[in-house]
Write a new protein. Structure first.
Ligand code: S3P
Length: 438
């Protein structure tokens, strides 16, 4: 397969206005819930990244007719909660942990068997965290060696609700249980150790399915009615915007506007952390789309300083740490993160791969089992391996803005999983970024 590398050189100030692509988490859920609804739904602003296309492909294989996506628009003919059909082969979910874990919940409730597989990275990710509670609901589900994929699910069509305290704050596991609970007998209750993104709860309610939330507990009763089809707009992805929030903060003289970005409070930890570091991020034009808060963000360059990241912000910024670590490398002083061992089981071991990459650029990094300490230093040019991880590839492209020589980021193909237009958007803002293929 062709390898894609980025070469980034420090450029002038970043300027301009960008609409980042649709939110990945919300896009997956919009496709799944529209498929389970009765009638035709139209989703707009859908992220057309490979991960979401994986969910679209899986649902098509399960018998759901869809048109698109094109220009972010996907029309879905919902089949109802019991209308999915057995696929003719394994479902390949590529790089997408969200697809595999959410679909595991949904497929546990069916009366046919499925096998879920993925790419090299996904085949290494932990799946017992989702299989264990689903088994408690009565699902017949096996994982591969060490609790990794493939997942083999032999649906019995008869699940029973559980009350389940999540051992780790994971929106994917919470969502899998809730999706399984839609047709389970009784009241499914999930208790979180800390708040994780709540899109599934909001969107189920938006599709007309009753969900109650009290503190850290989410509850729904199985077979409480149909999901109502309708129009759904996906806001911009703050996780994608995060790269430009950091880029414009660290590149002197920059001012960048990011429009219609999702501002769900379970996602905005990155803004709180960057502000604590001294970033100037102004929020304006607040409104709501499809039950989610959105706003325009203006970010202007400011000198950053190191901070101790409060542990309660970790789940609220979990996907943004690669970008935050680059901000820390360009800040004055030391930034310390603990309580983030989850970063070791993302698309790569993000603590290890980020520490290695930052060190290759001359940055002082100490690695802990559950975090990093990064001391801001002059950043050198160098060659970085992204570990095939989309967010690490984009984070090091941003690091290239403040390096004293070119930064070459190897293996950036997976940027297409979450941010297909990254290179074009980065260049439009003023990045000096060339793509090299080999
Ligand atoms: C996601 C939840 C998070 C996040 C992932 C998307 C989701 O994972 O890291 O990128 O859409 O539910 P965990 O549930 O493993 O924390």
């Amino acid at each position: 397969m062709t390898r894609i590398d980025y070469r980034v050189r420090a450029a002038g100030p970043l300027q301009g206005t960008i609409r980042v692509p649709g939110d990945k988490s919300i896009s997956h859920r919009a496709v799944i819930l529209a498929a389970l609804a009765e009638g035709q739904s139209v989703v707009s602003g859908l992220l057309e990244g490979e991960d979401v296309l994986g969910t679209v492909g899986a649902l098509r294989a399960l018998g759901v007719a869809m048109t698109g996506p094109e220009g972010g628009r996907l029309t879905v003919q919902g089949v109802g909660l019991r209308g999915l059909q057995a696929p003719s082969g394994p479902l390949d979910l590529g790089n997408s942990g969200t697809s595999m874990r959410l679909l595991a919940g949904l497929l546990s409730a069916q009366s046919f068997a499925t096998r879920l597989v993925g790419d090299e990275s996904l085949m290494k990710r932990p799946m017992e965290r989702v299989a264990a509670p689903l088994r408690l609901m009565g699902a017949d589900i096996t994982t591969g060696p060490n609790g990794r994929p493939p997942l083999v699910i032999r649906g019995t069509g008869a699940l029973t609700a559980i009350r389940y305290a999540l051992p780790v704050a994971s929106a994917q596991v919470k969502s899998a249980i809730l999706l399984a609970g839609l047709t389970a007998r009784g009241s499914t209750e999930v208790i979180e150790p800390a708040p994780s993104r709540d899109h599934t709860e909001r969107m189920l309610a938006g599709f007309g399915y009753p969900v109650t939330r009290a503190g850290r507990e989410v509850r729904l009763t199985g077979n409480a009615g149909a999901l109502r089809a309708g129009a759904w707009e996906v806001p911009g992805d703050l996780s994608s915007a995060a790269f430009f929030l950091v880029a414009a903060s660290i590149r002197r003289g920059s001012r960048v506007v990011l429009t219609r970005v999702g501002m769900n409070p379970t996602r905005t930890g990155v803004i709180a952390i960057l502000r604590a570091m001294g970033a100037q991020i102004d929020v304006h034009g607040e409104t709501h789309v499809s039950g989610e808060p959105v706003a325009d963000l203006t970010v202007s360059a400011q000198p950053l300083r190191g901070v101790v990241i409060p542990p309660e912000l970790v789940p609220l910024a979990i996907d943004e740490f690669p970008a935050i670590f680059v901000a820390a490398a360009c800040a004055q002083g030391t930034t310390i993160l603990h309580g983030a061992a989850e970063l070791r089981v993302k698309e790569s071991d993000r603590l290890l791969v980020m520490a290695r990459g930052l060190r290759a650029l001359g940055v002082t990094v100490e690695e802990y089992p559950d975090g990093l300490a990064i001391t801001g230093s002059p950043v050198r040019g160098g060659v970085i391996d992204s570990g095939g991880d989309h967010r690490i590839a984009m984070a090091f492209a941003v690091a290239g803005l403040c390096a004293d020589g070119p930064v070459v980021v190897r293996d950036c193909r997976n940027v297409a999983t979450s941010f297909p237009g990254f290179v074009e958007d980065a260049r439009a803002l003023g990045f000096d970024l060339t793509v090299e293929t080999s």
